[in-house]
Design a protein around this ligand. Structure first.
Ligand SMILES: NC(=O)c1ccc[n+]([C@@H]2O[C@H](COP(=O)([O-])OP(=O)(O)OC[C@H]3O[C@@H](n4cnc5c(N)ncnc54)[C@H](O)[C@@H]3O)[C@@H](O)[C@H]2O)c1
Length: 343
């Protein structure tokens, strides 16, 4: 691995993965490709560019001219795909971009990997493709049963990966992880959305009774899982990434209230906008990845505390987003009728 193409590098996990790799591999250069949608930020990549081993290319993964141009001109030998429309709630309002990026974009990348003889590709997917867990945890053999346009589009991308490997022996591996948290996460996702609102003394909207269970993973554990699967996993295989971080949304919210010293009254229980499509529980069995030598490192409470501290210390970063018109319009459109005067 000498020259890595990381797509979605201006987003949350993609940028953290670039940091992870640049720190551990002084001989590796990263080409970052990102369409800079509402979720991508130039400011998120400032420290990456300062290393001198990261070069940014603006563009969409479904644009074959751009993708082939970067791969061939930069002699890319490895591709890691993070680029995606990634927010469930937005997919319920308008799913078209999800299909374009999460399905067609993945296909374009696979074609480019094959055409340019790229040595290895890793496609980053999600546990949400499995739908809702009942008693047991998701293994890689759990049937795909997505329940939202977002998770269905990710499942569509995974199927393109599977078919490409079987039909053309494309050297590609999939990872599927649970809900991530950590620095640089766009403040529409539960943890940063709640932290940033609580810092501004605004109430936080909790869907239903808050009993939905999510399997939380600190972003650096996700990055190390992806990297381990890339270096040590087999092409054509799927590896779940998880650290046994199951927790209800209510429990997580209470922890955030404690960490920020806010009262329980700051929770506003609202009707669940996702209705029947809201998965009750996610639970990941990561033993397959562990069987090839990977282990999560981070302890949940400490990682959550560090994340809260990051948002306290980096208000310029997130306030530049929350003060934007498009951010305010989304929050108003999605939560307006539930939050009323607490918006
Ligand atoms: N956030 C989570 O909890 C989580 C959990 C498991 C898996 N994942 C997966 O990890 C990946 C990254 O998630 P994230 O939370 O960092 O998302 P994010 O929304 O923070 O970042 C996505 C990035 O992709 C870019 N992008 C969107 N469409 C693009 C396109 N067509 N071409 C090029 N770039 C495009 C955006 O500009 C943004 O920078 C996604 O594939 C997601 O499905 C996320």
């Amino acid at each position: 691995m000498k020259t890595l193409l990381v797509t979605g590098c201006a987003g949350f996990i993609g940028s953290n993965y670039c940091r992870y790799v640049l720190k551990r591999h002084p001989d590796v250069t990263i080409c970052g490709l990102d369409a800079l949608t509402y979720a991508g930020n130039l400011s998120t990549m400032e420290d990456l560019e300062a290393t001198g081993r990261f070069r940014f290319f603006p563009g969409k993964i479904q644009d074959e001219v751009v993708v082939n141009g970067v791969i061939s001109s930069q002699a890319v030998d490895t591709v890691v795909n993070f680029a995606a429309e990634s927010h469930n709630d937005r997919s319920l309002l308008d799913a078209a971009a999800f299909i374009q990026t999460d399905v067609a974009g993945v296909f374009t990348l696979l074609e480019a990997v094959q055409r340019n003889n790229v040595k290895r590709m890793l496609h980053v997917s999600t546990d949400e493709v499995y739908g809702s867990a009942t008693e047991s945890s998701f293994t890689e053999l759990t049937p795909l049963a997505p329940n939202t346009p977002y998770s269905a589009s990710k499942a569509g991308g995974d199927m393109q990966v599977r078919a490409h490997h079987i039909a053309y022996h494309t050297p590609v591996t999939i990872t599927r992880c649970g809900n991530n948290f950590g620095p640089f996460q766009y403040p529409e996702k539960l943890i940063p959305f709640f932290i940033t609102r609580l810092l501004d003394h605004k109430k936080v909207p909790l869907y239903g009774d808050g009993s939905q269970v999510r399997d939380w993973v600190y972003v650096d554990d996700h990055c190390s899982g992806i990297h381990h699967a890339l270096l040590h996993g087999f092409a054509g295989e799927v590896y779940n990434v998880g650290s046994r971080g199951e927790c209800t949304n209510l429990e997580i919210t209470k922890r955030l209230l404690e960490l920020l010293d806010r009262p329980m009254e700051m929770i506003k229980f609202i009707e669940d906008p996702r209705g029947g499509s809201h998965d009750r529980r996610y639970s990941i069995d990561a033993s397959k990845l562990q069987s090839i030598g990977w282990q999560p490192e981070f302890e949940f409470d400490k990682a959550l505390e560090d994340t809260v501290r990051w948002y306290v210390d980096n208000q310029d970063w997130w306030r530049a987003i929350t003060s934007r018109d498009d951010y305010r319009q989304f929050i108003e459109r999605y939560y307006g009728r539930y939050l009323g005067e607490d918006l």
